[in-house]
Design a binder for this molecule. Sequence first.
Ligand code: F6P
Length: 358
Amino acid sequence: MKRIGILTSGGDCQGLNAAIRGVAKALYVECNNDVEIYGISDGYRGLIEGDYKRMRPDDFSGILTLGGTILGTSRQPFKLMKVVDENSVDKVKLMKENYKRMKLDCLVVLGGNGTHKTANLLSQEGLNVVSLPKTIDNDIWGTDMTFGFQSAVDIATNVLDCIHTTATSHGRVFVVEIMGHKVGWLTLHAGIAGGADVILLPEIPYNIDKIAKTLSLRNKSGKSFSILAVAEGAISDKEATMSKKELKAARASMPYPSISYRLAKELGEKTGQEIRVTVPGHFQRGGSPCAFDRVLSTRFGTAAANLILQKQYGYMVALQNGKIVPVPLSEVAGKLKVVPKDSDIVQSARDLGISFGD
Ligand code: F6P
């Protein structure tokens, strides 16, 4: 009899339930139902507090297309994991104790970058851990793609499509803010798919005058509208010279709710054009996973189950060149997969005349 714990941690995304289902169904089939699966509530919070419940095969039925996570999730910052808090709570110790109390053979963790740092820590502390890469940001090192990404690209693209019609009718400039504080994969893909004229990413600092020039040139050439796809974490060339601390302080004192509003104000003043802002926000993480994510989540799920059956612990399942492969957690943890400035997809956008504001 195998006993497996499973948790989802960090920001939710589409495909979490499809992946949970993939792990569970494959385990039930391969173990001939000789397996007990424990659902741990709200990510590492549940493991710290011992909040879990025995799941039944029925719990994993009918969830392939369901958004969110049936297990709940929470953000538990890695930097605080090893800090014993004012109530003398040692989170790592508690997680290890609860793992033992549950008599687990393996802990399955579905999460993004922060989650993987803790997964690696638990693995180094002697727990058997297998993980799956989730996030709309597609920024996990070691995998060509995370699940959730394609669904979010579809949603953000749909936003750009809808904004396009209004922008065209009114002859306006629209700034569409797309999720991604540290990396711009989502903005880049949605921007290309949605026909944006300007794409601003955290990886490529922009110059405000260059963007204004692009807008003015489009205007002069008879195109009365323009669409800017802007990542939450887009930064100006001036901000790029700041330290992390300085940038944080500068952003905190900015009299705008987000970067898009600042851009709209600055560009409106420089071009005299009417500029509107649209922020789809968490809408991008919601709803049913697209077909691609259902397939990817399922493949990751069954691959994770197979690693458990082979007692191959300490790995994240990853997509590399079309194949699902195990990547050691120690290699994944602490790394970020950013958009390379010289990647062919960036070049392809440039070839099309899309401006990155640089
Ligand atoms: O990591 C996923 C993500 O949606 C980012 O794109 C975004 O910057 C962040 O999470 C938002 O975090 P929260 O849901 O905590 O507001």
